[in-house]
Design a binder for this molecule. Structure first.
Ligand SMILES: Nc1ncnc2c1ncn2[C@@H]1O[C@H](COP(=O)(O)OP(=O)(O)OP(=O)(O)O)[C@@H](O)[C@H]1O
Ligand SMILES: N[C@@H](CCO)C(=O)O
Length: 359
């Protein structure tokens, strides 16, 4: 259930009108998701030629995030949408005195005393059993998104990064058995060590999604030739290493969910498609195994935290923490190297000599 705050049709109608999105036709609570209140909203307005135009939107009321944190996420989505990346584009409140065609920056609204946003509804559905073609599409689009994010001016760190793991592991530790405690403490120490290295400092950085799981991507079209219609749920985004996003995806899209074991064809498809758009640096190739471990630790810790220390127990349906314990064990005992998935980078070619003329 993901309607924690009830919105009445009158409240939704007024907001849609204020945003210039037309007349409310339908308001329907969305059942998925565990963080925010989400509604599908249908509107109609009259187009330039007098025709009726339907609009499909998603209204989100933020239950956890504050009005201080939200501008980073919402403006990032707008920045990426403007750059042609398929992501939900937040609707802006028109300025009364603005010239036609100009858009205001006013994309964070309020409803029922909560911060709220309205975005376009993406076509299609999530693919929870992805094949090679889905992984390829996600890899290529993730790289495009990383490139498009490079000139995004706002800054907010990944709020579920190393500092948060260091703060949160001691809180969940009493709920773990001895073997789990040893794994989580050992991994935390290892990740602190990695983060202090010069190779880590050399990793390219920028805004990342940081939670791009199977349920945060939409596809349309046939399974064998899927069209990726959007990435969504940017509310864990932050500035961090681009490789962390790659690792989070490999850990979700490219493993066998029952066992946590790497699926090599899907992993190779994902990483090759990514690297074809944005080739990995030497530091990224070297640190892929470490960041795969970091990605697993991040979600093991957050799931433990949601499970044992729920903020509001009635709202949260925590995911199974042991899944990411299994993934972490896999990443530690069977490290996946970039070279397992990518061809070695082509060395700079030696200058070719002109063929010796035949005598
Ligand atoms: N822009 C969108 N277009 C189409 N569907 C969307 C869009 N945004 C959300 N949805 C639908 O709403 C559901 C819940 O959204 P979301 O995953 O963002 O939930 P949440 O509670 O905000 O976050 P979480 O995934 O962390 O629980 C999604 O699974 C998806 O079906
Ligand atoms: N993707 C997260 C949920 C919160 O976004 C998880 O699977 O633990």
């Amino acid at each position: 259930m993901a309607v924690f705050t009830e919105v009445t049709p009158d409240q939704a109608r007024e907001l849609m009108q204020q945003l210039g999105l037309g007349e409310l036709q339908e308001l329907r609570g969305i059942q998925g998701g565990i963080e925010n209140t989400n509604y599908f909203v249908t509107t109609e307005h009259t187009g330039a030629d007098g025709e009726t135009v339907r609009g499909e939107h998603v209204l989100t009321l933020f239950e956890r995030l504050s009005a201080e944190q939200l501008p980073f996420y919402l403006h990032l989505m707008k920045h990426l949408a403007r750059a042609g990346i398929p992501v939900p584009n937040p609707a802006a409140r028109p300025k009364p005195d603005a010239a036609p065609g100009t858009e205001s920056n006013d994309i964070l609204h309020a409803l029922c005393g909560k911060p709220a946003a309205v975005v376009n509804r993406l076509r299609g559905a999530s693919e929870l059993a992805p094949g090679v073609a889905h992984c390829e599409a996600v890899g290529a689009m993730l790289a495009r998104m990383h490139l498009a994010g490079q000139d995004y001016a706002r800054h907010q760190p990944n709020l579920r990064g190393l500092a948060w793991w260091n703060d949160t592991v001691p809180l969940v530790l009493p709920h773990l058995d001895a073997a789990q405690q040893s794994l989580i403490l050992g991994e935390l120490a290892y990740q602190n060590h990695v983060a202090a290295s010069s190779q880590y400092a050399a990793l390219p950085r920028g805004p990342i999604h940081a939670d791009l799981f199977r349920d945060n991507v939409m596809f349309d079209g046939p399974r064998e030739a899927p069209e990726l219609t959007g990435f969504f749920d940017f509310y864990f985004a932050g500035v961090d290493t681009l490789l962390f996003d790659v690792a989070v995806c490999l850990n979700d899209w490219c493993i066998d969910l029952a066992t946590g074991v790497t699926d090599l064809p899907r992993s190779a498809a994902f990483l090759q498609a990514y690297a074809a758009v944005r080739p990995l640096t030497a530091a990224e190739r070297a640190l892929l195994p470490a960041l795969l471990r970091a990605g697993a630790l991040r979600f093991w810790v957050s799931r433990l935290w949601d499970f044992y220390l729920p903020r509001e127990a009635s709202l949260l349906q925590p995911h199974d923490p042991t899944h990411f314990e299994r993934v972490l064990r896999q990443r530690v005992t069977r490290p996946l190297q970039a070279a397992d998935l990518l061809a070695e980078p082509t060395p700079t070619p030696a200058r070719e000599h002109a063929p010796t003329p035949a005598t």
